[in-house]
Design a protein around this ligand. Structure first.
Ligand code: G2I
Length: 340
């Protein structure tokens, strides 16, 4: 089932359309199975797979030696993304010298356990190695293109979808004034997508951002960019909605926002879900997000940004599905119910 996501041959929109057709077929098959067995799957990954979707987690290789961590990962998830080790600072600490050790470890673990791998992230204003930060003009452009070729090329065939560009817009819908934007101009995003397409023609290519959990100025600017890319044949297949949320989040247009991107002709993915809070309030936000993904045919899966609260980047907000002792939280039950 996971391999269907990887089996896309052609590039650009043809690739995405094929994936959708495969997922739709799986959904019908899964529905029949479900009816016959009258029994829901009892893990996140297996439940998501019944509708042709994945359920993933951001993973840190250093924790794989901890039994609670790795046992929870292997039991519950069928997709992995690197929380940090595939970023530019980790993979190319010196110009032209690549370090794939952490990422390779994650890919090996995923493949040994039948999981997909999402790629995060090829180009981002943050977590750039020091040598990148001083570059200007065409020197920076060449460094970006070489980085994409090196990393996406190394992992070609192993990645279901790449976050090619991460967080390039401001809240008001303007471009973020990063070194990339200031040195390379508006064209840098599509240049990155063309380079990723060349390096790995089979991975789906995503734009990924936060604060896009509603129909708002930021998500609309991204929507306009995707529409423009599709109209001009720039290879983009998917949009990632990070969904770093809290219990107060206004999710009244969350599903409609996913749907408008799907209607444009790209897949949508929930890429970094976590919800600050606890108990039923937290569980309800998780339920709403999961139900929204399930209601949108082209929502291909959900990734939570970590496994256990104790290692979360916002651990003081206990935002994940498992507590510090790897016990399932109320939010876990809400997600499982929504997937089924
Ligand atoms: O900030 C939350 C996420 C927002 N979207 C993009 C994601 O890539 C981002 O993830 C976070 C990781 O969860 C953190 O773990 O990105 C941070 C910055 O890259 C990560 O934090 C960094 C620390 O800032 C570094 O000091 C540390 O060396 O993690 C690094 C590795 O542990």
């Amino acid at each position: 089932m996971f391999n269907d996501h990887l089996a896309r041959g052609a590039r650009g929109r043809v690739r995405a359309a094929f994936a959708t057709a495969a997922a739709a077929g799986l959904a019908v098959a899964a529905a029949l199975t479900f009816t016959n067995n009258a029994q829901a799957a009892d893990t996140l990954g297996a439940s998501a797979a019944e509708s042709g979707r994945y359920f993933g987690a951001a993973v840190v290789p250093n924790h794989l030696g901890e039994s609670g961590y790795v046992d929870t990962l292997n039991a519950e998830f069928n997709s992995i993304v690197a929380e940090n080790v595939m970023k530019w600072d980790a993979t190319e600490p010196n110009r032209g010298q690549f370090n794939f050790s952490g990422g390779d470890q994650l890919v090996a673990h995923a493949q040994a356990n039948g999981m997909e791998v999402r790629g995060h992230t090829l180009v981002w204003h943050a977590q750039q190695p020091g040598w990148v930060q001083g570059l200007t003009g065409d020197d920076l452009r060449q460094a970006m293109l070489d980085h994409i070729a090196g990393v996406a090329g190394h992992y070609a065939g192993d990645i279901s979808s790449w976050d090619v560009v991460n967080e390039a817009f401001e809240w008001d819908g303007s471009r973020r004034q990063s070194n990339l934007q200031q040195q390379l101009g508006d064209g840098w995003i599509e240049e990155a997508f063309w380079a990723a397409d060349q390096a790995d023609p089979n991975a789906k290519l995503c734009y990924n951002d936060y604060g896009t959990d509603a129909i708002n100025a930021k998500s609309t600017a991204i929507y306009d960019m995707v529409a423009d890319f599709l109209a001009r044949g720039v290879p983009i297949d998917c949009v990632g909605f990070q969904s770093h949320l809290s219990t107060g989040a206004d999710l009244s247009t969350y599903q409609a926002n996913l749907q408008r991107f799907a209607d444009l002709g790209v897949d949508v993915e929930i890429t970094e879900l976590d919800v600050g809070g606890s108990g039923s309030a937290q569980a309800e936000v998780y339920r709403t997000v999961t139900e929204a993904c399930m209601a949108v045919d082209r929502c291909t899966g959900i990734t939570v940004w970590g496994i256990t609260d104790k290692y979360s980047w916002r651990s003081d907000e206990t935002p994940l599905l498992f507590d510090g002792d790897y016990q399932k939280k109320e939010a876990y039950s809400a997600v499982l119910a929504a997937l089924n």
